[in-house]
Ligand binder design. Structure first.
Ligand code: AMP
Length: 443
């Protein structure tokens, strides 16, 4: 036998219930974002490498160590996108989206790539879902962004904590960077090699190190003292969050791992996630559009890690999350195959009709396509967790009917389809299912 190839380290196939959680989150997000006036945007998976160097920052871990860099056949320096904001900003400028509306609201979902050390909840290919708002500074836009992120988490009903901070004015940050450089400089031996580099290039990044020893030092570091304008902004935002009944704590050492943030930053974590506890992060980045060649434009956004959110949802739903067939259609003997296919088709039409009425997805109807004993097929129905089975065997073929059986109560009876057109047959099956459902409720 040939060698079996495996998915590359740090990547995984999304299958079964994990993928179902992904789709569920994406569809909840899609409807919520539309409700808030956001339009979807899809940008390339790879971009000019300079885009990430100039936005995320060439001194950040994401660009220095984690970027998947490659050159195409013409030697162009490219990179797989490590996050979504840079590409969306590039697209916003290139497509002149500022000309459409004074305020542009965009959302995206897709794969991101970072060469990180894989561990629980940390992958080299992962999925982010994010929103970006261009053209509005100020507290109302910040509030909209945080509220949007929190509303999505609220809809999914997963336990999370919101932390918020303000990075101050550019002057505040320059002074703070100098203060941190001196402070961490005195604790040089306690820091990791990467933090030694950070100390030279970008001391704020020291607050973001995930190495436990560095984290312990950073927890004692002096906090940023905000100037009056930034302080006022943060106070306003906190007041807005209170009015919106969104609980949060101020974390004065929250800086986030990307260079483009300029004002308010926020992060949502979950205690159920272990070491990689961040579910989403975001903030204001008022300089980035201009830095990438566009007009001066205030902007704010966030990105949710779908892999981690899907994990939380899976934990919460547990068994309840698993989907099962409503009816499993069983056929026995050559002559039963076509009549069983008709029963499956009619049951599906019935479910499509019901779904239209309820505004939901049609229930799962599956036909067993294996010619096995009744016992083996019933076992399969049980394994799948089917609620009902429709059995077509020799007797049913002779009577031109189908036996409908409830898995839970064992109750069953023959439903005659003899001489019935499709619509009448659908009605007969509908009545049979209703009768079994009533009986099932009584056990
Ligand atoms: P960031 O772009 O680093 O602010 O990350 C935003 C969110 O994406 C985080 O809160 C995580 O939920 C998720 N995320 C970032 N890196 C990874 C990764 N390597 N694997 C899985 N999720 C990630």
């Amino acid at each position: 036998m040939a060698d079996i190839l495996k998915a590359p380290r740090g990547t995984r196939d999304l299958v079964g219930s994990v993928l179902e959680r992904f789709v569920e989150i994406e569809s909840a997000a899609r409807s919520l974002f539309i409700h808030y006036g956001y339009r979807e945007i899809r940008t390339p998976l790879f971009e000019d490498r300079a885009l990430f160097e100039r936005s995320v920052g060439d001194a950040t871990d994401i660009v220095k160590k984690e970027l998947y860099r490659f050159e195409d056949r013409k030697g162009r320096p490219l990179a797989l996108r490590p996050e979504g904001t840079a590409g969306v900003v590039r697209a916003y400028i290139e497509n002149r989206l500022d000309a459409d509306r004074p305020v542009a609201r965009l959302w995206y979902a897709g794969a991101m790539f970072r060469y990180e050390r894989p561990q629980g909840g940390r992958y080299r290919q992962f999925t982010q879902l994010g929103c970006e708002l261009f053209g509005a500074g100020g507290v109302a836009a910040d509030l909209e962004m945080i509220e949007l992120a929190c509303r999505l988490l609220e809809r999914l009903d997963v336990p999370v904590e919101l932390k918020i901070n303000h990075l101050g004015s550019p002057e505040d940050r320059v002074g703070y960077a100098a203060m941190l450089k001196a402070w961490f400089g005195e604790r040089h031996e306690a820091l990791c090699g990467t933090c030694h580099e950070r100390l030279e290039r970008n001391p704020l990044r020291l607050l973001d190190c995930k190495v436990p020893a560095c984290k312990a030092v950073a927890a004692q570091a002096p906090a940023l003292v905000l100037g009056p304008a930034a302080r006022h902004e943060l106070d306003q935002l906190l007041r807005g969050l209170e009015l919106s009944r969104i609980p949060c704590t101020v974390d004065p050492r929250l800086v986030r791992g990307l260079d483009y943030y300029t004002g308010m930053v926020f992060e949502v974590t979950s205690p159920q996630l272990g070491a990689q506890d961040a579910v989403l992060g975001g903030g204001r980045y008022d300089g980035l559009v201009e830095d990438l060649g566009g007009p001066r434009t205030p902007a704010v956004g966030f990105a949710i890690g779908l892999d981690r959110l899907a994990f939380l949802l899976e934990q919460k739903l547990g068994e309840a999350a698993s989907v099962a067939p409503l009816v499993y259609v069983v056929a026995m003997g050559e002559s039963a195959h076509l009549p069983a296919s008709r029963v499956a088709r009619l049951l599906r039409r019935l479910q499509e009709r019901e779904a239209l009425i309820r505004g939901a997805r049609p229930a799962w109807i599956e036909q067993s396509l294996k010619d096995r004993s009744l016992r083996a097929q019933m076992k399969e129905a049980d394994r799948l967790g089917a609620s009902y089975v429709a059995i077509v065997g020799e007797d049913e073929v002779a009577a031109d009917g189908v036996t409908m059986r409830c898995m839970a109560s064992g109750e069953q009876f023959l439903v005659s389809l003899s001489g019935l057109g499709d619509n009448e047959a659908i009605e007969a099956l509908s009545r049979a299912l209703e009768k079994l459902t009533v009986a099932r409720r009584q056990i």
